[in-house]
Every structure is written in C-alpha cells, then in structure tokens.
Design a protein. Structure first.
Length: 97
C-alpha cells in the first residue's frame, strides 16, 4: 500500500463534515489516509442525476470557494506544493497560530 491507506468504513466522516458546509449536498464518501501534516486529500467520483456538459460540471466546481481544479500539467509534484497553491488561491483553511 506504500503510503496511501484506504479507510475501511464507507461512508467516511468526510460526508457529514461536508454537509455542515453544504447541507443540501447528497454525498457518500470514502477516505484514504496519506502522510500529510498541513492538509489532507479528497478524491471524488461524481455521479450526476441528469445529463450535463463537461464545462457545466467544471463550472459548478469552479464556483465553490473550497475547491480548486488541479491538472497534472500544473507541475505540482508533491502534496506541499498543492497546499501552497491552495493558499495562493485563498482556498486553504488557515489555522490560528
């Protein structure tokens, strides 16, 4: 498994946490543990309830203040570089020091 360990319980605690931010979110979640101290990883598989164009789906994600789309071509080679990108985009949750 290297450093990624799937959590055995489905749904994970992530869904109810997300529903605190968006109570209308219809979601079932799975989680994976990663060696990370400054962020955490979410992976999504989205099943639509109606037909939609790709750009419509991407626009819905872009409209969220908590989601940023990342491409492999962006050159982010480690989890810390993703964290820095989220901070630059003001998408990171900042913890008080």
């Amino acid at each position: 498994m290297n450093t990624l360990v799937p959590e055995p319980e489905i749904p994970s605690h992530q869904g109810p946490d997300a529903q605190k931010v968006d109570p209308d979110l219809d979601v079932v979640t799975m989680a994976v543990k990663v060696p990370e101290t400054i962020a955490h990883l979410h992976y999504w598989s989205v099943q639509l309830t109606r037909n939609a164009e790709k750009e419509e789906v991407l626009d819905a994600f872009r409209a969220s203040s908590r989601i940023a789309l990342v491409r492999t071509a962006d050159g982010l080679t480690a989890i810390n570089t993703n964290k820095e990108l989220m901070a630059d985009l003001d998408r990171a949750v900042r913890q008080p020091i």
